[in-house]
Unconditional design. Structure first.
Lengths: 412, 141
C-alpha cells in the first residue's frame, strides 16, 4: 500500500487531513472508510499515451472511449482503443511476464496444468487475428429511461490485431471431459473496495465459442506487448461477443460443467430480458427472465469525416467507416442523406479474417446547400439490419446498434 | 417607535446589501468555476471544479461518502429517481463495502434526487432519436 495507510490498512490521520484540505470539507465518517481504500482525491492513475481526443467517462475505474472519427484506421491503434475496467488493474510492478503463469483447471478439465508465458510461446503455434471487441453497453447513453452503467456514446469498440495461441490448442493439451459446458476466466484485477477476497469480474463463453480458431490467449496487440490497461501481460481475446468475455490480466481458465457462475455472469449483468419489455419496466432478476448476451448485433460507424464538416468548395463528399456483425459477416452497407427515405449502397470490403470489422466507403453528392445528416446502416449475412430508432430497451442498456449519423453543412 | 423604525430600516438595508453581495458572488462563481458542465439542462447551477458536481451545501457530504471507491463521473453521468439512488446505495453497501451513511443518507438522497434525476431528460423521451447537438462545425477541405 502507499503512505496514506497505517499498518492495518486504515487511513492515517495525516491522510485524512490532506484529504479534507483537498476536498475543502470535513471528511464525514473518516473512521468508517474501509481498510486499504484510498479516497479518490489521493489517487491518480493516468493512462499514458492515449490520444488526447479520447473521452474519459470515469477515471476510477478507468473507462474511456473514442469519438467515432478517431476510429478511422482499419486496425485500431492502441492509443485509440477504448478502456472498460470493472476494477483497478494490478500494479505495474506486480506484472512480471517471466514469472506470470496461466493455469487451466475446473470440473471438466482432465487435469490441472500451469504454464509460464515462455512455455505457451514455445509449445503452441502463435496466430494473429484482427478481432472486434465491443463493450456490451456501447451506445447505452441513447436509451431512455436512462440505464445504469457507463454512459457510452458509440466508441466503446475497437478492432486490433491480437497475437497469441489458440485456446483450443491449450485445452487439447490439458484434455476436456465430455461434460464440459463453459469456460470461465480469472484475472488479477483489484476490486474497487480493495477487498482482496472479492473477484472483480469472471465471465466466459460456451465451449463451442471457446474452441473457435479465433479465440486466443494473447500476449501482444498490434505487434507490441499488451499495455497495462488492456490486460498485460496475458489476455483472453474473443471477438464478436461482449468484450467483457475477453478477460484481462488472465491467470486462470476454468473448464466448467455448468454455465460459468463468476461475478457479472448472473442477475442482469450482460444479460437482456428473454421477453421484450416496455421501456422502464422492472424485470425481476431471475434465470428465467434474462438471457446471456452472446453474439453482438450488426453495427456500423462513420469514421470519416468527423461530424460537423462544412463543405465550401464542393457539393460532393467521400465518406467511410467500418461495419461488423458479431459472429456473422456484413453483406451490405447503405448510406442516406434524407433520414432513410432513400439509401445509397456503399462499397464494402471483405473482412481480413473472420470476426474482423469491414471497411465501407461511399461518395455522396448533395443536391443543394443546407444542413444534412449522413446516416449509415449495415445488414448482416442473415439479412438483419440496424434500426434507425433506438432498438429494444433493456434494464442495463445493452446492445444499442441504432444507426450512426454525422452532421454536414453544405455552403458552396 | 422612531427608534424601532430606524432599526428596521437599517436592518432592511443590510439584508438588501447582503443580497446584492451574494448575487454578485454567485455571478463571479459562475464565471470562474462553471467550466465542467457540458449540458444545457440547468444553466443556473454552479459546478465544483474538483468533483464536477453541482455546488450545494450537501456537496461535501456527497464527495466524502460517494467518491471513496469511484470517480464522481459515475454520479455526474447518471440519472436515477430517489428509489433508483437508494437501490444503488444498497447495492454498494451489499457488494462494494460502502459504509452505513447514517443520518446523512437523507441529505445525500435529497441532493442526488434534486440534481441527478431523470426528470430533466424527460423531453428526450418524446423522441426515438433526439436531434444531433453540440455540433462543432469546421471547414472541410
Amino acid at each position: 500500500m502507499n503512505d496514506y495507510h497505517n499498518r492495518r490498512g486504515f487511513l492515517k490521520k495525516s491522510a485524512i487531513t490532506t484529504l479534507a484540505s483537498l476536498v475543502g470539507t470535513k471528511i464525514m465518517f473518516a473512521e468508517n472508510i474501509p481498510a486499504h481504500v484510498t479516497p479518490l482525491p489521493l489517487l491518480s492513475d493516468p493512462v499514458d499515451g492515449k490520444d488526447p481526443g479520447m473521452t474519459v467517462l470515469s477515471d476510477r475505474p478507468m473507462n474511456m472511449e473514442a469519438p467515432a472519427h478517431l476510429l478511422d484506421d482499419p486496425v485500431t491503434p492502441i492509443n485509440k482503443m477504448f478502456i472498460r475496467n470493472n476494477g483497478l488493474p494490478p500494479s505495474e510492478e506486480s506484472i512480471d511476464p517471466s514469472a506470470w503463469t496461466l493455469t487451466i483447471d475446473g470440473e471438466s478439465a482432465k487435469q490441472k496444468r500451469t504454464y509460464t508465458i515462455a512455455e505457451l510461446k514455445q509449445r503452441f503455434k502463435p496466430h494473429t487475428y484482427q478481432l472486434v471487441l465491443e463493450c456490451g453497453g456501447n451506445g447505452r447513453s441513447g436509451y431512455y429511461p436512462p440505464a445504469s452503467g457507463n454512459q457510452w456514446s458509440q466508441g466503446a469498440v475497437h478492432c486490433a490485431a491480437w497475437t497469441g495461441i489458440r485456446l483450443k490448442d491449450i485445452l487439447a493439451d490439458v484434455g476436456l471431459k465430455d461434460n464440459a459446458v463453459y469456460i470461465g476466466y480469472y484475472g488479477k484485477d483489484i476490486h474497487l473496495s480493495r477487498d482482496a477476497k472479492k473477484v472483480v469480474i469472471s465471465r466466459g463463453v460456451p465451449i463451442k465459442k471457446a474452441l473457435e480458431d479465433e479465440t486466443l490467449i494473447a500476449w501482444a496487440v498490434n505487434g507490441d506487448d499488451i499495455p497495462l490497461f488492456h490486460g498485460a501481460p496475458l489476455r483472453l481475446v474473443i471477438g464478436g461477443w461482449p468484450a467483457s468475455v475477453s478477460g484481462k490480466w488472465l491467470h486462470t481458465i476454468s473448464v466448467r460443467n455448468i454455465v460459468h457462475d463468476g461475478p457479472k455472469m448472473g442477475g442482469s449483468s450482460y444479460r437482456v430480458p428473454v421477453i421484450p419489455v416496455q421501456p422502464g419496466e422492472k424485470v425481476e432478476e431471475t434465470e428465467e427472465n434474462f438471457r446471456i448476451i452472446e453474439s453482438m448485433p450488426v453495427k456500423s460507424l462513420i469514421t470519416h469525416p468527423k461530424s460537423g464538416a462544412v463543405l465550401s468548395s464542393n457539393r460532393s463528399l467521400s465518406v467511410r467507416g467500418h461495419a461488423w456483425a458479431g459472429d456473422l459477416e456484413v453483406t451490405e452497407v447503405n448510406v442516406s442523406i434524407d433520414y432513410g427515405c432513400t439509401w445509397q449502397r456503399a462499397n464494402l470490403s471483405a473482412p481480413k479474417n473472420r470476426l474482423a470489422w469491414q471497411q465501407w466507403s461511399a461518395k455522396i453528392d448533395f443536391p443543394q446547400n443546407g444542413y444534412y445528416e449522413i446516416w449509415v446502416k449495415a445488414t448482416d449475412s442473415k439479412g438483419v439490419s440496424q434500426p434507425m430508432v433506438m432498438p429494444q430497451w433493456n434494464p442495463k442498456g445493452y446492445l444499442n446498434n441504432a444507426c450512426h449519423r454525422i452532421a454536414v453543412k453544405v455552403a458552396v | 417607535m422612531n427608534v424601532r423604525r430606524v432599526t428596521l430600516a437599517v436592518a432592511a438595508f443590510f439584508v438588501i446589501a447582503m443580497g446584492i453581495t451574494c448575487v454578485s458572488d454567485l455571478r463571479n462563481d459562475q464565471t470562474t468555476t462553471d467550466t465542467t458542465t457540458t449540458t444545457s439542462l440547468v444553466d443556473t447551477l454552479n459546478y465544483d471544479p474538483h468533483s464536477g458536481l453541482v455546488v450545494d451545501t450537501t456537496l461535501g457530504l456527497v464527495v466524502a461518502n460517494c467518491s471513496g471507491c469511484h470517480s464522481t463521473e459515475l454520479i455526474r453521468k447518471s440519472r436515477f429517481t430517489r428509489d433508483g439512488w437508494i437501490a444503488k446505495i444498497r447495492w454498494m453497501q451489499k457488494e462494494q463495502n460502502l459504509w452505513d451513511l447514517g443520518k446523512n443518507e437523507k441529505s445525500i438522497l435529497d441532493y442526488l434526487e434534486k440534481y441527478y434525476s431523470p426528470s430533466s431528460l424527460d423531453a428526450r423521451a418524446q423522441m426515438r432519436r433526439e436531434p444531433l447537438d453540440d455540433i462543432q462545425w469546421y471547414d472541410y477541405q
